[in-house]
Design a protein around this ligand. Structure first.
Ligand SMILES: [Zn+2]
Ligand SMILES: [Zn+2]
Length: 148
């Protein structure tokens, strides 16, 4: 199954095609063009807290503004919501916008949103950035969050 980036139509890198271990372990699809990331709860359920992803999906199922972005999995119009994650020390990060599918449990993270909460990359390199962003995303999924 080929999945296309909802932003630019590029073919997303499937976990099994990727040599990046963080992607392959967590079922994250990545766009090499815009550095966005697709997370599918079904693919990730074995490694990422199911309860958290269900809570996140509920938030998109019930509310959120519809945006002009089609879900790479099921073609539904995605919705956008602002989510605030809490750091381990209890302080809150700046809110980030996440696009979610109201039908299936897919979430799209624009690179710019992940960059807001990731350490700055000194020397730009697409591969390095993808790795850095995947680590940020992995970390996020272990933190408590509230949906605004
Ligand atoms: Zn893209
Ligand atoms: Zn969907």
């Amino acid at each position: 199954m080929r999945l296309n980036c909802p932003r630019d139509g590029s073919i997303l890198i499937l976990p099994r095609e990727s040599d990046r271990s963080t992607f392959s372990r967590h079922g994250i699809h990545h766009c090499d063009e815009c550095s966005g990331m697709l997370l599918n709860a079904d693919a990730a359920s074995s490694t990422i807290s199911e309860q958290k992803l269900n809570k996140m999906h509920d938030a998109f199922e019930t509310e959120g503004d519809e945006i002009n972005l089609d879900c790479p999995f099921c073609d539904s119009h995605m919705r956008v919501r602002k989510i605030v994650f809490s750091r381990i020390d209890g302080t809150e990060m700046d809110p980030i916008e996440i696009d979610g599918c109201p039908s299936c449990s897919s979430f799209w993270f624009d690179a710019g949103e992940l960059q807001k909460i990731s350490p700055p990359i000194v020397e730009y390199d697409a591969n390095r950035e993808a790795k850095a962003l995947s680590i940020v995303m992995e970390m996020l999924m272990h933190l408590p969050f509230v949906i605004l």
